[in-house]
Every structure is written in C-alpha cells, then in structure tokens.
Design a protein around this ligand. Structure first.
Ligand code: NDP
Length: 285
C-alpha cells in the first residue's frame, strides 16, 4: 500500500483538564506536517475520574504515547507499566511512551527547561532561586540540580510542598537546597544567578497577575525564566527585561519538551523552529 493510501495515522495526544487553553496540539501537529509524518495528536479533556479508562482506551487504540498535564501527572502512574529514570526521581509523568507492549512514563518538563536554560547559561556551579513547588517546579529543580547547580532556594506559598521538594533535592542530588516561605514581596538575594517562576501565576486568563516580588532585588546579571507559555510575555518577563536581565519565556521550555516527546514517540528529531513559529502565530508573540 502506498503512503498516500494509508488511512491509518499513528496516534498520540494529551489527557488534561482543562484542555482548551493548551496549545500543544498545534505545536506538535505543525512538526508532524513539516516532517511529513503520518501522525496525529489529539487533545482531550480528561481528569482523574476518567484517566484509567482513557489510558485503557489509548492502549486499545494502539496509541504510540500521550502527554499528561494538570491534574494527571502523578495520578497516571498507577495506570502505566513503568517509569523512566527522571520521572522516577521527580515522581511525576508528563509524557507516556509505548515501548513494545508497555506504556512507560517519562518526564520531559525539566529537560525542556534545561535545554532552554543552557542556551543562555550553563547551570553548573550556579545559584538558583525558584518560586513554586508543584509538578513543573519538581521537574525543573531535579534537572537543574542534576545538571550541576550548587544551591537551589525554593520559595513557595505552602510550606508542605516546598519542604518536600527541598528534601527530595537534598536526598537525591548533589545540590544544596533550602526552603523559604513566600510571605509578602520576596527579595532575591545578591549572588543568585538564575530566578525561575515555576508557579502558575500569569497563566491565561489571569494574565495581569504579578508575583509577589521586590523587583528592585533583580539585577542585570541575573537570568530570569518563566514557565508560563500562554501568554509568553508575562509581567515577570517584561519587568525583568526593564531591569536588564536576560529572560527566558515558557515557549522555549514547551518547544524543547515537545522535541523530546516527539523523539520518544516517532524516533524523529523535529525542527523546534517550526513549532516555535506556530506558537508565536497563535499568541501574536
Ligand atoms: P501545580 O498545580 O503542580 O503547582 C502550582 C504551583 O504554583 C504551586 O507551587 C503553587 O503553590 C503555586 N501557585 C499557584 N497559584 C499561586 C498563587 N496565587 N500564589 C502563590 N503561589 C501559587 O502546577 P504545575 O507545576 O504543573 O504547573 C505550573 C505552571 O507551569 C503552569 O502554569 C503550567 O502552565 C506551567 N508549565 C509550563 C510548561 C512549559 O513547557 N512551558 C510545562 C509544564 C508546566 P502552592 O503549593 O502553595 O499551592
């Protein structure tokens, strides 16, 4: 049968709730089209109550894999067959890959962030300060620590999650991690090299939100990174630019984790520029 007459694409997709504001489908399908891959990515709204059935459905339909986003990244682990190395350390899965007959959970969030970060600074020996202690923060914290950051300060609203992440970093990596409770406007300490927002503050539709942060504590020698992909130009990115910092938006992380996920599923290393361009068109960035 010729390629043109094969009406059965390989399937991938996403299980998340909410799902309508997640642009990943547009980014991934732009890469599939560009590379002539007979693949599809189906964005679905699935929460924990239907996740077991959705994973069983993906197995039944022979999906090659899927992404999991909020609130499914931990929940999904009980429905799959094993974990890759960093997903095991992080304790969360955002990308499931079919290998033979097994569904294996990987975590590409932190890897995507690290790839973007390395484009502007090598984290080896650096001091990192990160807002947030949720799924994205755990993934970023672990990867940045494994990449050689020496000090990581976690600043979070709820102490429980923050202290848990600090314990994980101190336990499983060489980095020295410390927790500070986020109370009022936070001042970044002198000597910090990389400041990261890994909270959901600024995510559409709450686009006017600002972190409780003393902007005067940002200096021009700091790299300021935001995980928020939609909109990419958050208030934090704009405020940091005004202070002369190097900035990294959430699109870079999204594109880079997309490249890793598509490579896992299809074996093809896709062009990140095509994906970034599609996202920029969508967000008018
Ligand atoms: P979680 O729900 O696991 O964690 C959310 C974090 O944000 C927690 O630390 C939470 O603090 C904090 N937070 C939320 N609202 C507030 C607030 N009003 N004030 C202070 N802290 C707040 O979410 P994820 O970690 O999975 O995702 C976080 C963000 O990362 C999302 O916006 C998502 O879009 C983005 N992301 C981006 C990716 C990319 O590729 N660019 C990839 C993955 C995620 P607390 O513990 O106190 O509740």
């Amino acid at each position: 049968m010729s390629e043109e007459l094969n009406f059965l694409p390989s399937l991938t997709g996403s299980f998340a709730k909410p799902a309508a504001e997640n642009p990943t489908v547009e980014m991934v399908e732009a890469a599939y089209r560009h590379h002539g891959l007979h693949w599809r990515y189906i964005n679905t709204e699935v929460g924990p109550e239907n996740l077991g059935a959705a994973v069983a459905g993906a197995r039944a339909m022979n999906w090659a894999g899927f992404n999991c986003s909020l609130p499914n990244k931990i929940e999904v682990i009980q429905y799959i067959d094993g974990l890759g190395e960093s997903a095991e350390v992080i304790g969360a899965v955002n990308c499931v890959v079919r290998r033979e007959d097994e569904l294996i959970g990987e975590n590409t969030d932190g890897k995507g962030f690290l790839k973007s970060l390395r484009e502007v600074v090598d984290p080896t020996g650096k001091r990192v300060m990160m807002f947030g202690a949720g799924g994205a923060a755990r993934a970023i914290g672990v990867e940045v620590a494994l990449a050689g950051a020496t000090n990581i300060t976690i600043v979070n609203r709820s102490p429980g999650r923050g202290e848990e992440l600090v314990a994980l970093l101190n336990d499983k990596t060489q980095a020295k991690a410390a927790f500070e409770k986020w109370d009022g406007d936070y001042s970044v300490a002198d000597g910090v090299d990389v400041v990261i927002n890994a909270t959901s503050i600024g995510l559409y539709p709450d686009i006017d939100a600002r972190l409780a942060l003393n902007l005067d504590s940002l200096s021009a020698d700091m790299v300021v990174a935001d995980v928020i992909p939609n909109p990419p130009r958050t208030n934090l990115i704009k405020d940091a630019e005004v202070r002369g910092c190097k900035v990294l938006d959430g699109l870079g992380m999204l594109v880079n984790q997309g490249i890793t996920g598509i490579k896992y599923w299809t074996g093809v290393t896709v062009d990140g520029g095509v994906m970034r361009t599609r996202l920029e068109e969508l967000f008018d960035a």
